[in-house]
Design a protein around this ligand. Sequence first.
Ligand code: GLU
Length: 294
Amino acid sequence: MKRTRILVAAALAATLALAGCGREGAPGAEGSGYQPTVAQNVTVEGSPTFDAMKQRGRVVVGVKDDQPNLGFRDATTNEFSGFDIDIARMVAGGLGFSPDQIDYKVIPSAAREDNIERGDVDYYVGTYTINDKRKQRVGFAGPYYVAGQSLLVRADDDAITGPQTLQGKRVCSVTGSTPIQRVKDQKLTDQVVEFQTYTQCVDQLINNQVDAVTTDDAILLGYAAQNPEQLKVVGEKFSSEPYGIGVPKADTALRNKINDLLQASIDDGTWKTIYDGTLGKSGTQTEPPAIERY
Ligand code: GLU
């Protein structure tokens, strides 16, 4: 009798585990299976950053770790996965480094320029919008994707439908991000709540402490895909957020080389493979953008 009960419980647990997997598959945390090609005998003439990587025998890449299907760390396996991570691996491969020669450094939005300027990372791949203000401090290869600002609300909220419906609402975003700046500049609400990470905002939303989270649709769709019972993305995109790979400002040689690698990945279908295996699963729809060299 007791034995049967244990078996039933075990079977139930297995079914639940399977159901969880089948539905969302540890959402946001599955690797795409992409294996980068590791180039041989690479040279990047005149790049101090590349010289430092060679000497170290390793690459230090700045990333996010809480953005499903973009830059995400599985709490159990500690494995990083997502579109930004695969792009970072593709670039490392093109520079002659295998995935196991990459050290990931998790850096929040507000600390990106500081870290790149200090040389604490060789390059940064993490939903990093290219803009003129940031270009004063860092260089950008890309864009390798174009997102747009959007809104995440509770699934049962019918009041918030777009940026013009935020007055009087508590709106959460991340310090140092372009979306929080836009909310303030356009005075979309006077109740802005600010954290270091979007996960903190999403927790606040679920716990009724804020009414909306705003940032790029690519990020918000990942959270909604993880938790469709409680969360939904609403309205049209209301900005253009071209994602670049941040590099030290003076290292034009590295920037040019990464642009070459991005272009090659778009031309040979690697970009599409990576996209389909990661961000494409969040429900975004896109084609690769044109690389802008400056
Ligand atoms: N792409 C925007 C930015 O770079 C928002 C996403 C982020 O904070 O990483 O500020």
